[in-house]
Design a protein around this ligand. Structure first.
Ligand code: HEM
Length: 554
């Protein structure tokens, strides 16, 4: 009988293979199966190294013993971190409570099946463990021992340690889909952030986006209205709106430019790769995704090269901002492919999340008539103070308090970035907890947003809760992450969504006719019945006054 070792990743699986029931011992060539010397004297034997003092009396029950020992080994290896915990106790730090699940697999399957659910509801994987273990627990996911944090303090602490105690965790195949920019460090990351400040910080939004966002919206809403059917696939339209606006301000392409259309087709293919099997063979989804990625890169590199030749002096879009900085500083970071990759990262980060936010807002509003009433009150009052075609100013936006609260509440209840993944580069000590080096950290925000200690009656869509000044701080909502990688697009996002609501409620009457909450974490698919408002000042022209046949289809 031989016990063999089979190492997979950092964890070990051991299995027992009987060479023969009554045959010679594979190690010492003794004639009896399970000879005593295996246990007692052959130091080179794997089992004897592990269990040098096992009594020879047990040996006649070799098979049983092998099974028991095998199981014991599995348990020992599986609970190896518990041993670490014992070692760590003297220092006063312990691993958090929780279960590491099955050997190797851990709780990855439970995570895959139960960490999705309809928008605005707690995810079962997290809520069941929250009940059992509290806001910080250990588990084993994606082949790694893991600590899950539903605790805002720990999550913010971890995010403040980016590039020091932790690093972003991304499966390798994600980098192939998203491009290397998503994983920048050090000076390259600083340059990337500086560019973000120049183009989407609060200052930049005031200077660069106030008019263009509105012009783009009005064009898009008009095109919704010109469709043959008044029923609009809101999810798709929001995606197209958010995408075409990103492409406009990042590289200056108009929404109907053939290059925009080609880029949009390819960008919309990329997210289908997140759940694909990463096998790059013709006919697989992953292969199609990588082909789309290549087409995007070559189109963007072409745009960058053409713009370099144009050499504009004044920045009209993000690409100009980059190229002016390139001319000032030069340097290795500004090669065509790097610049193209920065742009594609921005476009991806900007359009995907914004589109989901818009669709979520529409869903929540369609379920909360009283909120729409208050939104109309605030926005019609503002519209009344302006001439018919006059655009909103930044000051108008600052006055749209309730509208912004609707956006924040939608970010809270519909948590878009459900969790961020990090890996620990060193042992991390937080209060009495230790997170050992090499462990995965899952920082979940949706459960923080559902925590009644922070948000009374958390499942209720209640924009008024944001009127409370204590809660009204940007730190309280962690929809945009925290620390050095906190989303640079937060101001732009809230501005865009507020403007979207302003024009939607003042120029259109609309109603939800169909919605599907698929079993996926961040998407809601809904159709809207949308009509232009005849007289934009009419408060009574409320959006429920639709043909009865449509009312029934709700
Ligand atoms: C609803 C809208 C949005 C949500 C919920 C969102 C959420 C987030 C979160 C949570 C992060 C942090 C990722 C991490 O720490 O690993 C992030 C990063 C980022 N976001 Fe957003 N985002 C949104 C919109 C935007 C927009 C409009 C832009 C573009 C202008 C943008 C650009 C970025 C970029 C470039 C990063 C990477 C930052 C870095 O690595 O330093 N996001 N976003």
């Amino acid at each position: 009988m031989v016990i063999e070792e089979n190492r997979i990743g950092s964890y070990s699986q051991y299995y027992v293979s009987g060479k023969s029931r009554r045959g010679p011992c594979a190690e010492c060539s003794s004639s009896e199966f399970g000879c005593c010397s295996i246990m007692d004297s052959h130091d080179s034997h794997f089992l004897s190294r592990l269990f040098p003092r096992v009594s020879s009396a047990l040996i006649p029950h070799g098979l049983l013993l092998a099974v028991v020992l095998g199981a014991l080994l599995c348990c020992l290896l599986h609970f190896r971190p518990l041993a670490e915990r014992r070692k760590l106790k003297p220092g006063g730090h312990q691993l958090p409570p929780g279960s590491l699940g099955l050997p190797l697999l851990g709780e990855t399957l439970q995570f895959a099946f139960f960490s999705t659910g309809p928008i605005g509801t707690p995810l079962p994987f997290f809520s069941s463990r929250l009940r059992r273990y509290g806001t910080i627990f250990k588990t084993h996911l994606l082949g790694r021992p893991t600590v899950v944090s539903l605790d805002p303090e720990l999550s913010k602490f971890v995010l403040s340690q980016d590039d020091k105690l932790v690093d972003v965790f991304l499966p390798k195949f994600f980098l192939k889909i998203l491009g290397p920019t998503i994983h920048l460090h050090g000076p390259r990351h600083h340059t990337f952030r500086e560019l973000a400040n120049l183009s989407v910080s609060a200052n930049a939004v005031q200077k660069l986006h106030v008019d263009t966002v509105q012009e783009h919206f009005l064009k898009s809403l008009k095109s919704w209205q010109q469709r043959p059917s008044p029923i609009v696939d809101a999810q798709q339209q929001c995606k197209e709106w958010a995408f075409t606006y990103s492409v406009k301000y990042f590289v200056g392409l108009e929404h109907d430019d053939p290059t925009t259309v080609a880029l949009m087709r390819d960008f919309f293919i990329l997210p289908t790769g997140y759940n694909s099997i990463p096998i790059n063979l013709p006919g697989t989804r992953f292969y199609e995704v990588l082909k789309a990625r290549k087409r995007i890169d070559s189109t963007l590199v072409g745009l960058v090269r053409a713009r370099i030749l144009e050499a504009r002096k004044e920045a009209k879009d993000f690409l100009d901002v980059i190229l002016i900085k390139r001319a000032d500083e030069g340097g290795e970071y500004y090669g065509g492919l790097h610049v193209a990759d920065w742009i594609s990262s921005y476009v991806l980060a900007a359009y995907e999340n914004t589109a989901v936010l818009f669709a979520n807002i529409l869903k929540f509003l369609s379920e909360n008539e009283h909120v729409v009433g208050e939104l109309k009150r605030e926005n019609f009052a503002l519209r009344k103070s302006k001439k018919a075609e006059e655009k909103l100013t930044w000051d108008d936006y600052r006055d749209m308090n309730f509208t912004r609260d609707v956006v924040k509440e939608s970010l809270r209840l519909g948590s878009i970035a459900q969790h961020l993944l990090r890996v620990s580069l060193e042992d991390i000590h937080f209060k009495d907890i230790i997170i050992p080096k090499g462990w995965l950290l899952v920082l979940n925000f949706s459960m923080v947003h559902f925590n009644s200690n922070y948000y009374p009656d958390p499942l209720q869509f209640d924009p008024w809760r944001w009127m409370d000044s204590e809660r009204n701080s940007p730190d309280f909502l962690i929809a945009f992450g925290s620390g050095s990688r906190r989303c640079p697009g937060s101001t732009l996002t809230i501005f865009e969504a507020s403007v979207f609501l302003h024009y939607l409620v003042t120029l259109y009457k609309w109603k939800r006719v169909h919605v599907t909450d698929k079993m996926c974490d961040t998407l809601v698919f809904l159709d809207l019945y949308i009509l232009p408002v005849q007289t934009s000042n009419s408060f009574n022209d409320y959006f429920w006054s639709f043909p009865t046949s449509l009312d029934k289809s709700k």
